[in-house]
Design a protein around this ligand. Sequence first.
Ligand code: HEC
Ligand code: HEC
Length: 301
Amino acid sequence: MIRTFIKAFIFMLAVVSLYAWVGQLVPQFEEQPPKKKIITPQTPPDELLAIGQETLRGKGGCLICHKDQDAGNERGPDLRKAAAAAATRKPGMGMEEYLFESLLHPEAFLVPGYPKMMPPADKPPANLSKAEIKAMIAYLQSLSGMAPTVKVLAEDAQANAATGPVHRGKELMGTYGCVGCHKLEGAGGEIGPELTKVAANREPADILNKIVNPAAWTTPGFQAGIMPAELGKSIPEGDRHEIVAYLAGLSGKSYSATGATSPWSHEGVRLGLVILVFNIGMLIALALARRSNKASEQTHG
Ligand code: HEC
Ligand code: HEC
């Protein structure tokens, strides 16, 4: 009898290890809805600054070209100096007014030594609302050590609320600089091929591979070696899946390799699997115990 228990116990241990092993195989990835912060005239100044910083670094895609700290890109001027410079860039134009112009009509005044390449912040790919642009200006002012002077009005807040949600994958393609080189839904760079319909001819798994390993293939008509080799590896796995899910969706494909639409990504399914494995283990353990009981009855009876 004791031997049966020991056997059953060892078997249960094996089952629990198996379930732990299956559990760590399941990718820890969940498609997240885009974060939405509503800016209102009542938003406190420090929160406005924080939203401005988050917008500039995130969905604004500004860091593709600019830097707001020591490390960063230098295709455009250092944003830590922008608000201070703004006061004197154009004779007769105030700091706030210049900052608005530089974000909404970047071509109106080019900082000497820089090319015309900055997309207007209120157009795709960034597509920011008036309220978000004001929040970024508040952040730019704080970067230059000034107290923010921008005021959010009720109508900015309305426009902000009206902006529809953006797919997180699209936001990420701004954050990671893909749109600096690739055109997407009508806006973006032209160094690489347009990606709006890339999933029409490419499998989502291949797109995922191309992101991690840009040398995987070279798009005909384009130069190899320009797409940064280290970029994809620095992107967290979940974010890569979001990008592929978004690109697949633009061509009407669903993406299910290990990512976005995979049923594994739901807690409930994972829990169900765990319970199933556990129950099967119990059943087998019971059957084993009964079998060895019978066997010992036969030898003794
Ligand atoms: C594709 C590259 C690119 C992107 C993306 C970009 N910029 Fe620029 N930006 C530039 C360049 C180049 C200049 C200088 C030429 C000019 O004035 O347009 C510039 C100029 C500016 C200036 C004026 C700076 C000064 O010293 O006068 C500000 C402010 C600015 N950008 C803010 C932003 C913000 C905020 C974003 C994100 C919403 C952004 N930029 C996105 C390239 C970019
Ligand atoms: C510095 C510019 C640059 C950046 C940044 C960049 N790419 Fe590329 N990408 C290219 C170029 C150039 C090509 C075409 C040559 C090649 O295949 O390597 C390309 C090709 C591709 C292709 C293949 C398209 C096809 O139909 O063959 C995909 C997919 C792609 N890029 C996705 C991305 C994604 C996603 C990101 C952001 C994580 C990104 N790229 C960032 C320059 C860039």
